[in-house]
Design a protein around this ligand. Structure first.
Ligand code: PXL
Length: 277
């Protein structure tokens, strides 16, 4: 039985359906033992709530990693998301990556920007530091905004396959072994995910829903990680994750009071079926 044990490092937004409150149930549903390292604790996520609290947990990290090392704790994979500060990148590279078993994979969701803009707590220095994690990533999962911040390529809302390929190749030149680029839309009414691995490009197109929800990047990255760690190829993991995310967005459509996140829970059963098909 393939029963991987992985570590995910991202924040706890107590309210708002993102990061660990999304990753943990999704990875569990995929059948993966999931250890967590909270990067920060926030009262809510930062996309739309005002006056949120924020506590960076970077200073706890060295002792946590050192304890795990002394207990010979190792992981079949690591998946990183929203981090609390640039110091955490060094801690992850220096202390978390050595805890990966031989051949285990690192999945990096840069999780610092969307729609052409950085999220509130981040700045250019953070983007610069994130490049150290990009260098180590087996699978890098940026959206187009993050990919452009990381590569310095101009962010566009209208583009062709050549532009997308140039962005993905630039990320591989920076050290990422494979890139899974989300929110790539070549035609009205559709969006999709582009995968670039071992010099091969593939694209999975799906419908673009009129309602967008916060946190769908985390739903996507968690489902992708779940599928990948269960042994699916990158493109098949990308498809499973995309289909699941679309279902979650559909399930949330029409509920204006639920603006802060996507209702991913009722659709978990569909993800479980897809993973076990
Ligand atoms: O979904 C990404 C994310 C994660 N964590 C926090 C956020 C966001 C997006 O805004 O604010 C705290």
């Amino acid at each position: 039985m393939n029963y991987p044990k992985i570590l995910t490092i991202q924040d706890i937004s107590c309210v708002g359906q993102c990061s660990l409150t999304v990753a943990l149930p999704i990875l569990s549903a995929c059948g993966i033992e999931t250890c967590i390292l909270p990067s920060a604790v926030l009262s809510t996520h930062t996309a739309g709530f005002k006056g949120f609290t924020f506590r960076d947990l970077a200073s706890d990290m060295p002792a946590i990693f050192s304890h795990w090392k002394s207990e010979n704790i190792e992981f079949d994979g690591i998946y990183t998301g929203y981090l609390g500060s640039k110091e955490q990148v060094d801690y992850i590279v220096d202390f978390a990556l050595p805890l990966l078993k031989k051949g285990a994979k690192l999945i990096v969701d840069p999780a610092f920007a969307d729609n052409g803009k950085l999220y509130p707590i981040f700045n250019d220095e953070y983007v610069e530091k994130m490049k150290d994690l990009v260098r180590c990533a087996d699978y890098l999962l940026p959206n187009l905004t993050e990919a452009c911040f990381l590569t310095g390529i101009e962010y566009k809302t209208k583009y062709d396959k050549e532009y997308i390929l140039s962005v993905m190749k630039a990320l591989c030149d920076m050290g990422a072994k494979a890139v899974v680029l989300t929110g790539v839309s070549f035609e009205n009414g559709f969006t999709g995910v582009a995968v670039y691995e071992n010099g091969n490009y593939s694209y999975y197109k799906h419908e673009l829903l009129p309602n967008s929800c916060h946190g769908t990047g985390d739903i996507y990255a968690s489902a992708f990680s779940g599928a990948l760690f269960k042994g699916y190829s990158a493109i098949n993991s990308a498809k499973i994750a995309a289909d699941y995310t679309v279902k979650c967005i559909k399930c949330t459509a029409g509920d204006k009071s639920h603006w802060y996140g996507a209702k991913f829970e009722p659709c978990l059963i569909e993800l479980i079926k897809a993973i076990n098909a």
